[in-house]
Every structure is written in C-alpha cells, then in structure tokens.
Design a protein around this ligand. Structure first.
Ligand code: PHE
Ligand code: ZN
Length: 877
C-alpha cells in the first residue's frame, strides 16, 4: 500500500513479477506534517546505527487517518517509541512501517541498523573506498530509516554523526555545521543543521578521509560563502576547474536569473562509485568523480565541458529543485527540464552559443528521439510508472529543457525572466507542479500556453512537413504537422510549434531578417512577398522546436545553406540533411552507382566549402564536418538495417577522406603547430585535428595510422592523445597494440582514464571489437561493482553500431547476459541497458527476432528487479 498507489490496483495483487503501477492522477497529500526531523548516526562501514526522531502533526489538507505509513526498503526497526514510550504496536506492509497515531501530534523515535558495505545498489547509505556516502533521490532515504519518503513532505533536519576519527576525519551533512567535538574511544562527532525545510531525497551525509580544495564567493547581497570540494588524497590538483566552474555558476545565476545562494557553505564531494552524474543535495552536492576531476593530461576538452556543465546544473538546482521542489515524481521535469535549460544557457554563455547548441541537439536527436519513437516513449510529465528510477530519461531532462526553451523563444529572454521571477517568488519553499510553472509563465511572461500544455502530455517527436511554392513575387509555405502515436496514446492533437525561418535570396546570398512563425494547426500556409525568384528556405533555425522536418528540397539548396547560412545551427543542419538524405536512400538500396556518385558530389561540394572557409573557426568546422551518427540515421527509417547504414556511412567517409586527403593533411599540419591552451582557438584546433584523422583513417589507413601515432606521441594533453588512440583502435596496424599498451601503463591506477581505455576499445570500428569486449570483461581492472567501469565497457559497446548489431546476434547476447548479471548487484544501472535491445521493432527482421529473443530470455528470470522488470516488459509489450 504505497501512499500514491491507485486503490483500484489493490485487487490486482502485485506479485514480485508485477510491481504496482503508480499513477499521477492518484496523488493525495500526506496526512501528516513533519516540521522537525532529528537524525543520529553512529557510523561504521559494516554497521551504522540510525536513530531518527520525527515530530509529526496532522496535515489539515490530508485525510484524517489513525495511522501513519512510513516508507522503508530492506530495513527493519530495532526499537520504536511513540511520545517516549516503546511500542510493539506496529505492522509492516511490504517494506513499509504502519504505526497507530491517535492524536493530533506525536513524536516518533525509530532505531534502525544498516550495513553500508553490503549496499551494492548505491542507493541509501553506502561505502565507497572506505568512505561512507548517501544517495537518496529518488527513493533511497527509505533504505536508511523509515520516513514519508516523498518529495512533498518537507522537514528541517538536524543531524549528529559520530564515528572513528581515523576512518572518518571528515564528517559532512546538509546545511551549516553547528557543533563538533571529540568522543570516547577515538571517535569524534559533528552536528549539522539545515535551516531550509527539504524533502528526504535531498538529504546527504558523507564521512571519510578526504582532502579539500577551499574557495569562497561573495554573493550579490554581500554574504561570504565558503566553498569546498572534497576528494580522495592524490586528486586535489585536479579540482581547480571544478572550483572555477562553481564560482562562474554562482555569478551567472545571480546575473541571469537573479538567484542568490542561501547557506554559509557549499560543499561538493567526489565519489568514484556513483550511479548517475551528480546529485544536488542541499548544500552538499555529491558528484561522480567524472564530473569533478579534470586536468589537461587526464581529461579531454569534452570532459572539461562536462565538469563545467554538471557543476552548474547541480548548483542551479539549489533554486530550481531545492528551494522549489517537486510535489511528486511525475513532476520531475519541473526541476530537471528547467535546470537542464539553465545549464545549457550557462554553457552557451561560457563556450559560445553556436557549438553548444549543436552539441545539445546532437544529444537530443541521438538519445531522446529514439526514446520518443520506441516502446519506452513517455511524455515529459509521465502519467504512470512502476519504478521512478526508470524515468530519469532524456525525455524528462533534454526534451523537458527544449519545451521550456520554446516558451523562451516565443516570449523572448526579458519576458521569460519575468516569468521565472514570478515562479521563484510565488513557489519558494514549496513542492510545486509543472502546471504551477506553466501558470507562472503565462502570467509573468504574458504567454497563452493553453494549447502549449500538450507538450507536457503528448509523447512522440512531431513530424513537420514543409513545402514551398513560388508564384509571382510571393513564396508560400505549406506546413503540416503530425504527432506520431506512442504506446500510451494513439490519437494526438496538433501542438504549437515555434519555427524560426529565413528566406535567402539566391543571388545575394542574404536574407531580409528572421521570422518566427508558430504553427498551431494540422495544416497551415504562410505567405512572404517580395521574391522575384524562389528563395532558399532556412528553417528551424537555432533548432527552435524539437521536431523532425521533412521537406522536398533540391540538394543545391542544401549546398547553398551549408556554405552560406548565417545561423550556425541551420548551416550544420543543411550539411547533416544532405548527408542523411543520401545515406538513407543509399542504405535502403535506392541508389545505383551513378546516383550515388551524384549525391556524393553534392556533399563534396559542401564539404569542400567548409574545409576552405577562412571565416569559420575550427571548432565550428569540426562540427560541420561531423557525420550524423548511426542511431540518428537509423531513426530516419521505419525499419533500419544497421549493417547497410554502417557500410554506406563508412563508404562515404572513405570517399571524402580520399578525395580531400591533401586538404585534410594541410589542416592537420596547420593546427598541430598551435601550442596547448584552453582558449577556443586551441580547443577548435584539437577538435578538427581528430576529425581529420577520422576521415583519413577511412580513406588512407596507412597514412592515418602514421599520423595518429605521431599525434599520440606528441600529445601534451588528453584530447589529442585520446583522439589519436581512438582512431588507432579502429585500425589493424601494429601501432594499435603499441599505443593501447602504452596508454594503460601510463595511466594505470587513474580510474577515469582507465575507463577511457575500456570505452575506446568497446566502441572501436575494429572488426574484432566483440572479441575485445569479451576479453576486457575478464581483465583484472574490470569490475561489475563500479558503474563507471560497467558503462565504460558495456554502454560504449551497446552504442557501437557494427559490433552490437553483429549479424549473428552475439552483441545482443552480451548485453542481455550483462543485464542478468548486473541486475542483482545494481538494478538501476542494469535497467539502463534495456533500451538498446528495446529498439527491435525498428530493426530489420532477422536482427529484430534475435533482439526480442534476448529480451524474452531476460523476462523469464523470476528474480528481476522492479527496474529491469518494468523496462523489459514495456520493451516487449
Ligand atoms: N537529480 C540528479 C540531477 O539530475 C540526478 C540523479 C538522479 C542523481 C537520481 C542520482 C539519482 O542533477
Ligand atoms: Zn538535475
């Protein structure tokens, strides 16, 4: 009987095979308020004793109920006291504890004991390299103590921790430290108080032997905040970038959103065993080491950006997530979509808008679009789930950000700020809903979002079909939209779609200004006068809407835009379109040799103009020449043949590599002369350098192998070194083995770099990648207990199109075996591998049958976790 379980489900008696479905429409306020929570931890890696004291009062907004239900998961109560008196009048309902509470207010004291060393799920309190840390979002707090573990129950926490001074010299918790002291038998203690009422998912505790990088920040109202980044001994000199990113984030949020920090300290702790990227616990963010540690020798430019973006993201949650939290988990996008948008806007301001926008769209299209067109499709505000961990998805995060970005596009940045000001003002201190956010936007930003609300309830990527006619001096656009059916809903309504467009004059290569048109019906026409000749249409500029566009446009228009469009995203898009159209046709068997040659010539024309355009910076050049990924290409076809797409894609790469060999070599020589730096010119140089090698590796493997080995040897930074090794790993030359051995030896013991070593081999183009993955699973450095390591081998492999989709089904079997082996250890991470097999309906029949068979094999296991059960069932259903 979970509090928000649909009562109708009660007779459908959930078995271990059928965990209950939780529905958004069943939300009810919790019948009790918990103004004050006190926790006492007696810490030990094998035994930690937790005493929690809850003062509870009836919630006037809740049902009158003579009992209180406290969530628990895998814990049992040693003693329970109500109002100071020990009681045995309690019952269990599954993992939950039911206590009779006759009065209007009570004090409950519960003692539990847990074994952090046995916690391999990494939810609740767990041990990582001898340190203790917690992860409570979404429902981990109930693994520590019995509690109403739901985001709408806000309480102020006072926490006392006692533990061995040797083992845990550092004791951290949310809020500010209020007292500390030395105890008996080599122990010490600390007491922390967090003045801000918060839900249990934002609770955090860390105890360990850590070193610290300290900084400070003065807020806009002049308050001094102590900043601290805690890491393991030896990692300190890799924390500078994280500290700089934190300070920039704090400043930016004041300037851009008017948000000021609200505690005396802001602590970050890096842990190497972590299921996700990082966690925004109030005043005590816990991070995967991957998003804290960076220096030029061990981290790529992409890693540096990742640190900056995730530090910003978690910091921004202090307002969008913590000060205003979610009423229930169906509202997850309220905090995640909005915070992703905030971190994207921040990174755009730090690194440049053009490239950042392209990178964000690439992630959306390669991860979220497939999710939205597959069996796991769900709206950004889902209506039901069995296991909330499965809904920390690209849809909730990235599409959620796009939806709020569209609001911003429609009203402009100033009005948008008025809307967010009103939202923060109105709901500060509350657990809010997506609807609350929408209402604040309507009122504050002056938008009418009546129809726009459909973006919150309809899943599926809208398809927009655009045709242009020209008559006299008028260009007429006819635009049609359809929202495809998804498993949850077949018939969809048209949604408001803001499209930024420009019409280029073919002769002058210029346009008269950008237009914003907002579609709101299934079919519409828009007229534009003043065009003696048919203009060239540039559409969805800046990717103003998360849709896919179909339009019948001649290659020459795309070549024109790829060379001339002044909107960087649209320019990139023209190049992508040109290539996508060709590869889709070619891999579908629709092209004879001469048609293939003609299409390649058009691509070469655009490609050449990009290589030789002196006005382009190398960073943008690197984006423009990047081939669309296989997942995105497969997404364009109803039923895809991964092998055919891969062959055509490699064929095009080799053809371009050979055709532009001398130009590419010259670029490599030019940029290799630049000294290392973190400025955008040097970063651009490194990006294009490896792109050059990628093309040459396909066109002239011998030459590429030599150049890559030289780049590897000369590298004074990880970007160049990893780029070179990536290219070598895909080739069969002697340098491959050499450099792989060298890399491992050089970085032995550095977990994050060893992760790269695994990932490079698992994602390589080498024909024997499958054998390599099997061997790496037996490597002494491999372990199923560390999520980063598991992902570095198997996520990389599942995203390796040619190896994963091996014709004999071996790739599918490897991932299914992994899911079965990982599920009992870490279900949350295991379930994240299911979507790769879940794509079976969109793959050609022979492979689809094998993928489905592997899913069925997993489904047969009678001990599946809720996480994996839900994902496998949905994928087969
Ligand atoms: N809330 C975290 C974030 O996006 C992600 C997270 C979810 C981390 C669940 C751990 C567990 O910032
Ligand atoms: Zn987040």
């Amino acid at each position: 009987m979970d509090i928000i379980t649909n009562p109708e489900m009660a007779d459908a008696a959930p078995t271990p095979h059928q965990p209950p479905v939780i529905r958004r429409e069943d939300y009810k306020p919790f019948p009790w308020l918990l103004p004050v929570t006190r926790l006492n931890f007696e810490l030990g890696v094998e035994t930690t004793r937790v005493t929690s004291t809850l003062s509870v009062e009836r919630n006037p907004a809740g049902d009158a109920s003579p009992t209180i239900t406290l969530n628990g998961d895998g814990i049992s109560a040693l003693t329970i006291r109500i109002d100071g008196k020990q009681t045995s009048e309690w019952t269990m309902d599954g993992g939950n504890l039911l206590l009779p509470l006759p009065g209007a207010s009570h004090e409950i004291e519960i003692v539990t004991e847990i074994d952090p060393s046995a916690n391999s799920q990494l939810m609740g309190l767990y041990a990582s390299n001898g340190m203790l840390c917690t992860q409570c979002e979404a429902e981990g707090f109930r693994r520590i103590t019995f509690f109403p573990d739901r985001p709408d129950v806000l309480s102020t926490y006072t926490v006392r921790m006692t533990g061995s001074q040797d083992q845990f010299p550092v004791l951290l918790c949310n809020g500010n430290k209020s007292a500390e002291g030395v105890g008996e038998n080599g122990t010490h203690w600390a007491e922390w108080h967090d003045p801000w009422p918060k839900p249990s998912y934002l609770f955090a505790l860390v105890a360990g032997d850590l070193v610290v990088n300290r900084g400070s920040f003065t807020t806009m109202s002049g308050r001094e905040v102590e900043l601290a980044i805690y890491v393991r001994d030896g990692d300190l000199d890799r924390t500078g970038h994280a500290m700089a990113s934190l300070i920039k984030s704090m400043k930016w949020d004041e300037e851009t959103f008017g948000r000021e920090y609200d505690l005396d300290v802001f602590n970050i702790v890096a842990v190497s065993d972590f299921n996700m990227g990082a966690m925004e616990n109030k005043g005590l963010n816990v991070f995967n080491t991957k998003y804290v540690l960076a220096d030029p020798d061990t981290a790529t430019d992409g890693d540096f950006d990742g640190v900056e973006g995730v530090i910003a993201h978690e910091y921004f949650h202090n307002w969008s997530g913590n000060r205003i939290t979610c009423r229930d988990w169906f509202q997850l996008s309220l905090k995640e979509g909005f915070t992703v948008l905030r971190d994207q806007l921040f990174s755009q301001d730090m690194q440049g808008e053009a490239v950042k926008r392209i990178e964000d769209v690439r992630i959306l299209r390669s991860v979220q679009f497939p999710e939205d067109s597959g069996p796991l499709a769900h709206p950004i505000r889902p209506d039901s789930f069995r296991e909330i961990s499965n809904f920390y998805t690209s849809t909730v995060y990235n599409k959620g950000a796009e939806v709020i970005r569209m609001m911003r596009t429609m009203c402009g940045p100033e009005a948008f700020r008025k809307g967010t000001d009103l939202y923060f003002d109105r709901h500060d201190g509350e657990a809010a809903t997506c609807e609350d956010f929408i209402l604040a936007m309507e009122e504050g930003a002056g938008l009418d979002l009546t129809q726009f609300r459909l973006w919150y309830s309809q899943a599926g990527t809208p398809k927009v079909d655009i045709a242009m006619a020209h008559d006299g001096d008028t260009a007429t656009l006819t635009v049609k939209q359809t929202v495809p059916p998804t498993a949850d809903l077949a018939d969809k309504l048209p949604m408001p779609i803001p499209l930024k467009i420009a019409l280029f004059n073919r002769e002058t290569g210029k346009h008269e200004g950008e237009h914003l048109i907002v579609l709101n019906a299934a079919e519409q026409t828009f007229e534009f006068g003043g065009f003696a000749q048919p203009p060239v249409l540039s559409v969805n500029r800046g990717f103003s809407a998360p849709i896919s566009i179909e339009r019948d446009v001649p290659d020459e228009d795309l070549v024109f835009l790829a060379a001339k469009d002044d909107d960087s995203f649209a320019r990139y898009e023209a190049m992508q379109d040109l290539i996508v159209r060709h590869l889709t046709a070619a891999s579908g068997g629709a092209l004879d040799d001469s048609a293939r040659e003609a299409a390649r010539m058009a691509i070469a024309q655009a490609f050449g103009s990009i290589l030789s355009d002196d006005a382009l910076d190398d960073s943008m050049r690197g984006e423009l020449v990047m081939l669309p990924g296989l997942t995105y290409l497969a997404e364009q076809q109803l039923i895809a043949d991964p092998a055919a797409i891969h062959t055509e894609r490699e064929g095009l790469k080799a053809w371009l590599g050979a055709r532009f060999e001398s130009e590419l070599v010259l670029i490599h020589q030019r940029v290799s002369k630049l000294p290392f730096g973190l400025d955008s010119a040097s970063r651009g140089a490194r990006k294009i350098k490896t792109q050059v090698l990628v093309y040459l590796a396909a066109g002239n493997p011998e030459l590429a192998s030599k150049m890559a080995a030289a780049q590897y040897n000369a590298a004074d930074n990880m970007t160049d070194r990893q780029g070179a090794l990536m290219v070598l790993t895909g080739l069969g030359t002697a340098a491959r083995t050499d450099k792989l051995i060298d890399f491992h030896r050089r970085y032995k013991g550095n977990e994050l770099v060893v992760d790269k070593w695994f990932a490079l081999q698992a994602s390589s183009l080498h024909p024997h990648a499958i054998e390599h993955v099997k061997a790496l699973a037996e490597h002494p450095d491999f372990t199923m207990r560390n999520p980063n390591r598991v992902r570095s081998l198997y996520m990389a492999f599942a995203a390796n199109p040619q190896a994963f989709h091996a014709a004999d089904g071996e790739g599918y079997k490897i991932i299914a075996d992994l899911i079965l082996a990982l599920d009992p250890i870490n279900p949350q991470t295991a379930a994240r591998f299911v979507p790769s097999l879940g794509r079976w309906r969109r793959i050609e029949p022979a492979r689809a049958a094998m993928m489905r068979a592997e899913l069925e094999r997993i489904a047969k296991s009678d001990s599946l976790s809720r996480d994996t059960f839900e994902q496998v069932t949905r994928s087969l259903g």
